[in-house]
Design a protein around this ligand. Structure first.
Ligand code: C2O
Ligand code: CU
Length: 454
């Protein structure tokens, strides 16, 4: 699956091996940022919402006036947003309209094994598959994406990614901005050719914000909640808003204990940050640009009207549960082997093998994982494990990053450094993967698996 992939560029971000291509020019801030429509259930029972969604090729408009052939959920890029509620189950029946296998992983979901989108558990072209999500976890900004072994990097890159927003009654009395003022924003990168087609080479210098290049978003002069996802295959985002305060309220797995005002949001592939911006501080007519430290402007907010605002950001959001003490400690090293003709991704010196279980974990055990990046700069990694939310407890003795706070399922591990995380592994049994969420690394072998046993 690595054909055409630019290995050196991917690993070192030094530039493409394939000829540089020039995408069609785009005038900044001339396209409105779309907000993906919320998918409507095909049926509802007293306990469950039932959805249907096609996995299908479709032409999408990324460059104004021209189309890009993408791989999509329901014809949309990003895919439609699933809005679910804690305690109410969701079933989604996907039909595979691709010419190759697919599957769907709910990233951040506490999901029974047979619905997790386990790498080897794929379904064929023309086949359908129903995933069952009990939603027995707190409200959080989750996302769904392809996870078919060997195909995931290409499938994500070409568009198979969408939001799954889990809402929770506990949040309601907090009166955070909601409804049309609660806006998911997916930021990722890509490289395109002159015909607006995807090129998998690096550098991926075009940033897509909800699928558009440098869009604008019209806002009222009031508070908004943004659910920010870094859906890039391989990028660290560092976003600022002209120095304006962005109040971080949530992490991968839900709300933080208290709000944290920041002027830069930094997140690696797979990570999410919920934050509030109060545009009520600005007059109508004000424009604010969300910019990435490396890629430049990614989105402009235009304050276009005044509006009443009864929402707030309370001083106390949601306490984190106490962590039971860890009874098992493991060391996991992520690295590359550069000795062969092509680099191989490794976990503890071994490339992924679907027939090998790296760790058996007794259900209910709390474990401390020390995750090491065994590579030298600039080879950063981002570690993700399925099934659980963990807590980052150490960053090699250095202070934790702001993005480490709260309930996490993905953590950034810079070159040569270590991060310790702690999680309790329950209550579903079976095999789940852990991997680098720089997806090209994962496809090259930087993945392992756990098996939860009774
Ligand atoms: Cu977002 Cu195993 O994936
Ligand atoms: Cu990696």
């Amino acid at each position: 699956q690595m054909a055409g992939m630019d290995m050196a560029g991917m690993l070192h971000h030094t530039g493409p091996l394939t000829p540089e291509t020039t995408p069609p020019p785009v005038t900044p801030f001339t396209t409105a940022m779309p907000v993906s429509p919320v998918l409507r259930p095909a049926a509802r029972s007293s306990t469950t919402d039932f959805y249907r969604l096609a996995i299908q090729p479709a032409n999408v408009e990324i460059f104004p006036g021209t189309t890009t052939p993408a791989l999509t959920y329901g014809g949309l890029f990003p895919g439609p947003t699933i809005r679910a509620r804690t305690g109410r189950a969701v079933q989604i029946t996907y039909t595979n309209g691709l010419s190759e296998v697919s599957n769907v992983h709910l990233h951040g979901g506490h999901t029974p094994q047979d619905s997790d989108g386990y790498s080897m558990d794929t379904f064929a072209p023309g086949a359908s598959r129903t995933y069952r999500y009990p939603n027995l976890q707190q409200g959080a900004t989750l996302w769904y994406h392809d996870h078919a072994m060997g195909f995931e990097a290409d499938h994500l890159y070409r568009g198979l990614q969408g939001f799954y927003v889990l809402e929770d009654d506990v949040e309601t009395p907090l009166r955070l901005p909601s409804g049309e003022f609660d806006v998911p924003i997916m930021v990722r990168d890509a490289h395109f050719d002159e015909n607006a087609g995807w090129v998998s080479a690096f550098p991926r210098d075009t940033v897509l914000t909800n699928g558009k290049i440098q869009p604008y978003f019209r806002v009222a002069a009031r508070k908004y909640r943004f659910r920010l996802l870094n859906a890039a295959n391989d990028r660290l985002l560092k976003l600022n808003l002209n120095g304006t305060e962005m109040i971080r309220i949530g992490s991968d797995g839900g709300l933080l204990p208290t709000p944290v005002p920041e002027t830069e949001l930094s997140l690696a592939s797979g990570e999410r940050t919920d934050f509030v911006v109060d545009f009520g501080r600005f007059p109508v007519g004000k424009q604010l640009v969300l910019s990435d430290a490396n890629a430049g402007p990614v989105l402009r907010f235009d304050v276009v009207r005044s509006a009443p605002d009864t929402s707030r950001v309370p001083d106390v959001l949601r306490p984190l549960p106490a962590m039971p003490p860890a009874t098992v400690t493991r060391d996991i090293t992520m690295s590359f082997d550069f000795t062969g003709a092509t680099p191989v991704g490794l976990m503890n010196g071994k490339a992924f093998d679907p027939n090998r279980v790296d760790y058996q974990i007794k259900r209910g055990t709390t474990e401390l994982w020390r995750i090491h990046n065994g590579d030298a700069a600039p080879l950063d990694h981002t570690f993700h494990v399925h099934l659980v939310q963990f807590r980052v407890v150490d960053r090699g003795g250095a202070p934790l990053l702001p993005v480490d706070a709260g309930r996490k399922d993905t953590v950034f591990v810079t070159a040569g450094n270590s991060v310790a995380v702690q999680a309790t592994f329950g209550d579903y049994l079976g095999k789940y993967v852990f991997h680098c969420h720089f997806i090209e690394h994962s496809v090259m072998g930087m993945m392992g698996q756990i098996e939860i046993v009774p």
